[in-house]
Design a protein around this ligand. Structure first.
Ligand SMILES: [Zn+2]
Length: 435
């Protein structure tokens, strides 16, 4: 399929215009907060952290399946590293400097930089060991926090931040492996967005700019492979000459529930960093001088930004699996509180209710609260709906006698009677289907 050309510099809807609304939802649901004492760094509150951790857990599981090895890497490095990576030359003003004490230096100080991205650290890990063509592709993932010194005037909510996290991954591979690596990455991107009810995805291929490094044949080969993979996705568009000087890239845009477009995933090929770090592997020919290609890729992109997109997309009505308030139990009156708390224990899952001394390594955990205030049932139900609980459970005399509970969802007034086991099985089912 011939890519359709689009004008350069096309502006997409920016998530920032939804910031106020997202912020209002966050305030109501107590998800995150910020403070002028640390501009652009977000405090995730307990309920926001639940969502954040679910997203991370989701992606860790996917990455394991896709052959990534998670690594944990330093936050600060001596500026020498950034000189080698090129960040010092091009990115210095956007980096935070950290001063450490070093008795070996005249002034007793040593300058470090807070990392703006994970790639240099991952290149170092690649370089620590002798690598052979058999080891490729080597795939590292990292959920580290990153810091970029954005101008303080531009900071807002979750979308313009100084501290953020990516579902970052780097793939070190050889030229013929590019196609299958990109294909896998696009599959993961597509499958992931689908979980959030997003199936409108647009792909853009940015190709060789006028100023570039490497040779034309390598660029042509890489671009041909990227285009071949994109052809399999159906529609895509080319941004000719818009690639970074160090490699072509694919941008992925999604349209949320309101048709607003957001740029999220990126796949960036890089011919430069492996050169700067002099990365080598032993080829099939026994020579030690083969250089891998580096692919930077992120599916969510910035987790903070993806969080903001989801706030807007769901308008606070989180699907059960992601909801920081999955269910609330309302005892009809004081005499039902004990039964309500017993039910809470059962429905919270085996991480909480297991009888062993220690919580198990794998198991279920659901966020179930009890609202035992003496307000009327009607007003407690109304508040539970407002707070965004997925399910509201009522327990009174009849329910205790029948061994059941009256359950309704946030969106429907229809009440069903189910046993605790049936409700628990339903929770498990919803979670395992990402509903
Ligand atoms: Zn990177």
């Amino acid at each position: 399929m011939r890519p359709r050309l689009i004008p350069r510099g096309l502006r997409w809807y920016s998530v920032d215009s939804a910031t106020n609304q997202a912020h209002a939802i966050s305030t109501k649901q107590q998800l995150y907060t910020t403070d002028p004492i640390t501009p652009g760094s977000v405090f995730f509150l307990p309920h926001g952290t639940r969502i954040f951790n679910k997203l991370v857990q989701f992606m860790k599981h996917q990455q394991t399946r896709y052959g990534f090895h998670e690594v944990i890497t330093p936050l600060i490095y001596k500026t020498k590293l950034y000189q080698q990576s090129g960040h010092w030359e091009n990115y210095r003003d956007d980096m935070f400097k950290v001063v450490g004490h070093d008795s070996s230096k005249d002034d007793g100080l040593h300058e470090y930089g807070l990392k703006p991205m994970n790639c240099p650290g991952h290149c170092m890990i690649f370089d620590k060991f002798e690598r052979s063509y058999n080891d490729l592709p080597v795939r590292f993932s990292d959920f580290s926090s990153l810091h970029r010194n954005e101008a303080s005037g531009a900071l807002s909510g979750l979308t313009r931040v100084r501290r953020f996290h990516q579902d970052d991954g780097h793939i070190f591979c050889d030229m013929p492996q590019i196609e299958s690596e990109i294909e896998n990455t696009l599959k993961l991107i597509k499958d992931t967005y689908k979980v959030f009810g997003i199936d409108q995805i647009e792909y853009f291929l940015s190709t060789r700019p006028e100023k570039y490094i490497g040779d034309v044949a390598t660029w042509d080969d890489a671009e041909r492979q990227l285009a071949a993979v994109l052809d399999k996705q159906g529609q895509w568009q080319e941004r000719p000459g818009d690639g970074a000087f160090y490699g072509p890239k694919i941008d992925v845009l999604l349209a949320d529930a309101f048709g607003k477009k957001h740029q999220v995933g990126t796949i960036q090929l890089d011919f430069q960093l492996p050169q700067r770090f002099n990365l080598k592997y032993v080829g099939e020919d026994g020579n030690h001088n083969h250089q891998p290609i580096l692919i930077h890729r992120a599916v969510f992109g910035s987790l903070e930004r993806f969080f903001a997109i989801l706030l807007d997309h769901y308008q606070g009505k989180w699907p059960f699996w992601l909801n920081p308030r999955q269910a609330v139990i309302l005892p009809v009156n004081e005499s039902h509180i004990e039964a309500a708390e017993k039910l809470q224990q059962r429905l919270s899952g085996d991480i909480v209710s297991n009888e062993a001394d220690l919580a198990p390594m794998t198991g279920h955990h659901f966020y179930v609260d009890v609202d035992k205030r003496s307000d009327t049932i009607g007003s407690r139900i109304k508040e539970a709906v407002q707070k965004g609980y997925s399910y509201i459970l009522l327990i009174g005399d009849k329910d205790i006698a029948n061994g059941t509970v009256a359950i309704r969802s946030r969106d429907s007034r229809k009440v069903e009677n189910k046993s605790a086991d049936e409700v628990y099985a339903m929770f498990q089912q919803l979670e395992s289907n990402y509903q």
